[in-house]
Ligand binder design. Structure first.
Ligand code: CUA
Length: 201
């Protein structure tokens, strides 16, 4: 306990150097052990838990990726929604999605239970891919092709929210993924409304 003002230049008089109490040592040991557990969980989740998806990441020229996306759109376009093409690729196809200020291009239409290789990249700035209302989040960086093997497990009309601040129109950057059921039908209007309104499954 100090009785005189201390400048910090002289050693503090008192008993601060006394060894830590046993309880404190125990808690430091517990905290350290827990750190090791969490450290081990990272690779474990990667292999066991279906989390931390391992993308196939390659460098890509942003303009070349966008050109590839437009080619993909030209090949498989099936419709339009407010000027944005709706694209339905065949099962097993390479699927391209470009993030740019302030849209996700194009609208994807997939079929439940089919496997696709989804390529995502950005044309201009960092964007964040957040598939709503599912818990899928990752960063989309220009210059990197982030490819994932995906199999949609639920039919519905989903939204992609940009979760990385990218400019004045960031909050308007909402994309769309339609997942049809095995018979090629969309979900009933009722369930779509529920998804859009923010209900969880
Ligand atoms: Cu794109 Cu925020």
């Amino acid at each position: 306990m100090l009785t005189t003002p201390h400048t910090g230049l002289d050693p503090v008089p008192g008993t601060w150097w006394r060894p830590a109490h046993k309880a404190e040592k125990v808690w430091v040991a517990v905290a350290f052990a827990w750190c090791l557990v969490l450290f081990a969980m990272m690779p474990l989740w990667h292999w066991k838990g279906g989390q931390n998806p391992s993308g196939i990441r390659t460098r890509v020229d942003p303009r070349a990726f966008y050109t590839r996306t437009t080619e993909f759109v030209r090949q498989y376009k099936v419709g339009e929604d407010r000027g944005l093409p709706i694209v339905q690729p065949p099962a097993g196809a390479d699927v391209y999605l470009t993030a740019m200020t302030y849209q996700w291009y194009p609208i994807l239409q997939l079929v439940r239970g089919q496997r696709y290789r989804l390529h995502i990249s950005a044309l201009d700035f960092n964007h964040g891919f957040s598939l709503y209302p599912l818990n899928v989040n990752f960063q989309i960086v220009p210059g990197y092709d982030y490819a994932l093997e995906v199999t949609p497990t639920a039919a519905g009309d989903f939204r992609i929210i940009c979760n990385e601040f990218c400019g004045i129109g960031h909050h308007t950057m909402v994309g769309r993924v339609i997942v049809l059921d095995e018979a090629g039908r969309p979900l009933s209007d009722n369930s779509q409304a529920r998804l859009v309104a923010g209900g969880t499954e």
